[in-house]
Write a protein that binds this ligand. Structure first.
Ligand SMILES: *Cc1c(COP(=O)(O)O)cnc(C)c1O
Length: 395
C-alpha cells in the first residue's frame, strides 16, 4: 500500500481536485440541496434567532438538547462545539490521562485518536471485522491491560458496532465504554438508538453528517447524571456560575445559532434516513451480482443510518478514476490506517499491526449518498461501476 509522505503531499497539493469536484454531475453529498428542500423553515428560524438576541447557550441550545435526548432516549444531552470536543470532554470526565490506554479502532477519522493522545493516553488499536469494518469485538479482550481506562468503539458509516459484546467486556473488566457515534445519529441496535448504547455517546453536526449543521457542532448523550454535570461544567470554563470556576475547563459550547437551525432539521432526520436506506437498498440490488466487488454487511438486528455507502474493490483507484471521468464523485474513507499517518510517526506503531484495516484502506470506496439523490442517479452510478468492472483490466 502507499502511505508515504510524498503521496500525501501529492494529494494535498493536487490543485486540480476542486476543479473536478465543481464539475461533478453527481456529488458525494449535497448539504446545499438539503437546505433548499426546507429553505423556508430554515430561513424563518434564522431570522427569529437573529431578532431574539440570545446568541450563546440560552433557550435554543436547551431546547435542542432536550429534543436530542428525547430522540436518542437518554436522560441528558450536552451541546458542545464539535464531535471532536464531545470525545475530548467525555474522556476528560472519565479521567483518561497520562499513562492510560484507550482501546479503539484505527479505521476511522483522526478525531478519536487525536483526543486520546491529547489527553496524554495511548490508543491501543484493535483490528476491524472485514465485513462491517467496525472494531472486531472478539479481539478487544486480548488488548485489555491494567492501564486500560476506556473502550471507544466507532459506529463506522453509521452502522452500530456489536455493542452487546463490547458492553459485556466492559462490564467484566469494569471499564467504561464510550460510543463515537459521530456518523451514526439515528442508527439503532435492537431498537435502541446509538448514543444510548454505552456510558456516553458523542455526536457531530459537521455539515455532511447525518444531521448536518451550517458549521461545526456536537453533542454528548448519556444517562449518567454525574458525567453530564461534569461535561456541562467543562464546556464552559469549569464554572457553574460566572467567574466561579471549580475546575479547569474548556470553551466548547454548541453554537446557539446552530442549535436553532438543527432543531428545524432534526424533524426531518427520520425521513432523510429512510430515503438514504432506500438508496442503499438500490445500490445493494444493483451491485449484488457484480463480480470483483464486495458489499459490506448490515447484520441482523442493526439499523444502519447510512452516513456512507461503502464497497470494497481490488482496483479501487481505477474505479475512482472511472467514476470521476463520468462526473461521479466518490470518497475514500479511509485511505490510511490511523497509526500509519505521518501524525503518529513518533508513537512507534508499525505496519502489519492491523492487517484487516490495512487491506480495507486499499479497497474501500464510498458512493454518492444523500437524501435528495434521485433513483436515476443511483442507477447511473451502478451502471458506471458495472461497465468498469466488466472491463478485462478491471482487476
Ligand atoms: C466527524 C467525526 C468526528 C469528529 O466530529 P467533528 O464535529 O468534525 O469534530 C469524530 N469521529 C468520527 C467517526 C467522525 O466521523
Amino acid at each position: 500500500m502507499r502511505y508515504g509522505n510524498s503521496n500525501l503531499v501529492a494529494q494535498v497539493t493536487n490543485l486540480g481536485v476542486n476543479k473536478i469536484r465543481n464539475s461533478m454531475k453527481i456529488p458525494l453529498m449535497n448539504p446545499a440541496e438539503e437546505y433548499q428542500s426546507i429553505k423556508d423553515d430554515i430561513d424563518a428560524a434564522l431570522l427569529k434567532f437573529l431578532a431574539k438576541g440570545q446568541y450563546v447557550l440560552g433557550p435554543y441550545v436547551k431546547q435542542f438538547e432536550e429534543e436530542v435526548a428525547e430522540y436518542v432516549k437518554v436522560k441528558h444531552a450536552i451541546g458542545v462545539a464539535s464531535g471532536t470536543d464531545a470525545l475530548l470532554l467525555v474522556l476528560d470526565t472519565l479521567g483518561v490521562g497520562e499513562g492510560d490506554e484507550v482501546i479503539t479502532t484505527p479505521f476511522t477519522f483522526i478525531a478519536s485518536t487525536d483526543v486520546i493522545l491529547r489527553r496524554g493516553a495511548r490508543p491501543v488499536f484493535v483490528d476491524v471485522e472485514p465485513n462491517t469494518l467496525n472494531i472486531d469485538a472478539a479481539k478487544i479482550e486480548a488488548a485489555i491491560t491494567d492501564k486500560t481506562k476506556c473502550i471507544l468503539p466507532i459506529h463506522l458509516y453509521g452502522l452500530p458496532c456489536d455493542m452487546n459484546a463490547i458492553n459485556d467486556i466492559g462490564e467484566r473488566h469494569d471499564i467504561p465504554v464510550v460510543e463515537d457515534a459521530c456518523q451514526a445519529l439515528g442508527s439503532a441496535l435492537k431498537g435502541k438508538r446509538a448514543g444510548a448504547l454505552a456510558r456516553a455517546g458523542c455526536f457531530s453536526f459537521f455539515p455532511t453528517k447525518n444531521l448536518g449543521g451550517f458549521g461545526d457542532g456536537g453533542i454528548i448523550t448519556t444517562d449518567d447524571g454525574d458525567l453530564a454535570e461534569t461535561c456541562r461544567l467543562l464546556r464552559a470554563h469549569g464554572a457553574p456560575r460566572k467567574n466561579y470556576p471549580i475546575m479547569l475547563g474548556y470553551k466548547s459550547r454548541l453554537d446557539a445559532m446552530q442549535a436553532a437551525l438543527l432543531s428545524v432539521k432534526l424533524k426531518h432526520l427520520e425521513d432523510w434516513m429512510a430515503r438514504k436506506r432506500e438508496i442503499a437498498s438500490l445500490y445493494r440490488a444493483g451491485l449484488r451480482d457484480v463480480s470483483g466487488l464486495t458489499l459490506l454487511d448490515e447484520p441482523v438486528g442493526r439499523k444502519q443510518a447510512y452516513h456512507q455507502f461503502t464497497i470494497r474493490v481490488q482496483n479501487r483507484d481505477g474505479l475512482k478514476d472511472a467514476l470521476t471521468e463520468a462526473g461521479i464523485a466518490a470518497g475514500i474513507y479511509y485511505p490510511i490506517p490511523i497509526y500509519l499517518t505521518p501524525a503518529l510517526l513518533e508513537y512507534g506503531y508499525e505496519a502489519g499491526l492491523c492487517p484487516e484495516t490495512e487491506a480495507a484502506a486499499d479497497e474501500v470506496i464510498s458512493l454518492p449518498l444523500y437524501p435528495t439523490m434521485k433513483d436515476e442517479a443511483v442507477k447511473a452510478v451502478c451502471d458506471c461501476i458495472k461497465d468498469f468492472m466488466a472491463k478485462p483490466t478491471a482487476d
